[in-house]
Ligand binder design. Structure first.
Ligand code: MG
Length: 330
């Protein structure tokens, strides 16, 4: 297996969450070549603020022959792409079209007409990153829930405390809370505290999936699971989701368009295999960054990412334009 990479930078347009500032973000695209000229592409976009190894560290480890768990996932995605390219097919060909949620990372920057635009665009689910400012959050969440046009997903990135969460949820009328699709990662996962949190609304687990001890349970320990193909072993993950019949939201990793498209295509694949478990996905985040050249190859139609031209995941033209650096393993 030969790995080459291309370093890119993404420039955020807005604040991406409550802990990340607006600095440019670095990542790499990888080109992986297996014997028989089987070549595929993927993204590697570390979030050190959420526990990923920093990019430079992952690269220097790779030169020593050590592959991080995150890179392992990227290679798995590259393999999917490579096999499709080898077979001369596009992964988009038989992919069902899946609706994305409308992601708002900073409600303080949301314009007054944002909900009208989302509705006109055909979105039916709004996802907000929460926990920056209580009053602003309440105002926005209430507006979304009262409009009755959307289901609402509220993501705390594990940054809330129980008291904060309790006040947050109690401040929303019960009838409005019914339109909350789920609250994601209110705090680090613990069975007991999540059990109490679930009394207010459905609760989803994203980052702490590995902390859930499924074997100890005789009922589903959460209401929804968030699957990030960039970050999780998809097959192992789906074994639990299927066993417990827990609905899954497939999401991208706020990464490069290549990562976004990979996540959307994994979602489409899972939709074909496990129809009822896969609902509205969260793979649309291109609006968070200034336009990258890869974005020019993508067409977004309301909540849908349209087919990207080329074989595999697409983008052939751009992959061929890039100057790749081969990783010399020592
Ligand atoms: Mg999340």
């Amino acid at each position: 297996m030969k790995i080459s990479y291309y370093q890119y930078q993404l420039d955020p347009v807005v604040e991406l969450n409550a802990v990340t500032n607006q600095k440019p973000r670095r990542g790499i695209l990888i080109q992986v070549e297996w014997p028989g000229a089987v070549i595929g592409y993927a993204d590697l976009h570390p979030w050190p603020e959420f526990g990923d190894g920093p990019l430079d560290e992952q690269l220097s480890d790779l030169r020593k022959g050590k592959i991080s768990f995150q890179l392992e996932q990227s290679i798995w995605l590259a393999k999917r792409d490579a096999l499709a390219r080898k077979a001369d097919v596009s992964l988009w060909e038989l992919a069902p079209r899946l609706k994305n949620n409308f992601l708002i990372t900073d409600v303080s920057k949301a314009t007054d007409d944002v909900l009208d635009r989302a509705k006109q665009g055909g979105f039916s689910t709004i996802k907000m990153k929460a926990g920056r400012d209580f009053d602003q959050d309440m105002e926005f969440a209430t507006k979304v829930l009262k409009s009755a046009n959307f289901m609402l997903r509220i993501d705390f990135n594990c940054l809330a405390q129980w008291q904060y969460y309790e006040k947050y949820m109690s401040s929303l009328e019960k009838s409005l809370r019914a339109r909350i699709d789920y609250v994601e990662d209110p705090f680090p996962y613990e069975f007991e505290i999540y059990k109490e949190a679930r009394a207010f609304s459905r609760v989803a687990v994203d980052r702490d999936f590995s902390k859930i001890n499924f074997d100890e349970r005789n009922a589903p320990p959460v209401d929804q699971l968030i699957l990030k193909p960039a970050h999780q072993d998809v097959d192992k993950f789906m074994v639990q989701a299927k066993k417990w019949m827990i609905p899954v939201t497939v999401t991208s990793y706020m990464d490069h368009p290549v990562g976004m498209v990979h996540a959307a295509l994994v979602a489409a694949d899972l939709k074909k295999k496990h129809d009822t478990l896969i609902g509205t996905i969260g793979c649309m985040h291109h609006h968070l960054y200034h336009k990258d050249i890869f974005q020019t190859a993508m067409t977004i139609a309301g909540p849908y990412i349209q087919r990207v031209g080329g074989k595999g995941i697409g983008f052939d033209f751009f992959f061929h334009q890039i100057t790749w650096s081969q990783v010399r393993m020592s």
